[in-house]
Design a protein around this ligand. Structure first.
Ligand code: ZN
Length: 193
C-alpha cells in the first residue's frame, strides 16, 4: 500500500512535564505525535516511544513504558530534544491482540511466547516514518534514549552518536517482563532485574 503522509502545524503544549511544542505526522491511518523542545540543532536528544495505552494512560505495572515516557519527557524538558510517539500499540500487534497476549501471560506464557502463540513475531514494530520525521526536521545526528542497543539499527537518515540509558526500577508485576527483555531481547537493564 502506498504511504500517504500528512503533517499538522506546530502547536504549543504546556504539560505537567514541561512546556513543549507538538506536531503530528499522519501515516495513512496512524497519527504519530512528535513532542519537542529547543532548536533541534546539532546532536539532538531523541526518544522513540511506541504507544502503550495500558501503560502510558492507565498506569499498568506490567511494563515499563510509562516510566520510560515520563523520564524521556523530563529529559527533553531539561536538555532539549524530542520524543517521537509512534502509534504502534503492543509492539505493533494492536490493542486487541495485546490484550489477548496478556490473557496468555495470565496463564504463564512470557511476552515472547504469548506473541508467538498468536502468530506474531516478538516485535512487529517498524520505523520508516522515523527517517521521514528526521528528514523533515533536518536532523542528522542524535543521542538516542533507549535501553535497547539494537533499536533503530536500520535507520538510514541519522547517525546515532550516543545511547543514553533510561534506568527503570522493576516492580513485582513487571520484573518477569523486564527479565525477558534483558535476557532474550538484548536490552541493557539494571542488575536488579
Ligand atoms: Zn507498556
Amino acid at each position: 500500500m502506498a504511504i500517504k503522509i500528512e503533517i499538522s502545524n506546530v502547536a504549543n503544549l504546556p504539560s505537567r512535564f514541561g512546556k513543549f511544542q507538538i506536531i503530528t505526522f499522519k501515516e495513512n491511518e496512524k497519527e504519530h505525535l512528535v513532542v519537542f523542545k529547543g532548536d533541534l540543532k546539532g546532536v539532538v536528544n531523541v526518544r522513540i516511544h511506541s504507544e502503550c495505552l495500558t501503560g502510558d494512560a492507565i498506569g499498568s505495572l506490567k511494563c515499563d513504558c510509562r516510566d520510560q515516557l515520563i523520564k524521556s519527557l523530563e529529559f527533553i524538558e531539561n536538555n532539549g530534544g524530542m520524543v517521537i510517539y509512534l502509534r504502534q500499540e503492543g509492539r505493533n500487534i494492536g490493542l486487541l491482540n495485546k490484550i489477548n497476549a496478556y490473557a496468555l501471560q495470565d496463564k504463564g506464557f512470557d511476552t515472547i511466547e504469548a506473541n508467538h502463540q498468536l502468530g506474531f513475531k516478538a516485535d512487529e514494530r517498524t520505523y520508516e516514518i522515523v527517517d521521514f520525521i528526521f528528514e523533515h526536521f533536518g536532523i542528522k545526528k542524535i543521542k538516542l534514549l533507549t535501553n535497547n542497543p539494537q533499536k533503530l539499527a536500520g535507520l538510514k537518515s541519522v547517525e546515532i552518536v550516543e545511547r543514553l540509558p533510561i534506568e527503570i526500577k522493576p516492580n513485582e508485576f513487571n520484573v518477569k517482563y523486564l527479565k525477558t527483555k534483558k535476557e532474550q531481547m538484548g536490552h541493557l537493564l539494571s542488575d536488579e532485574i
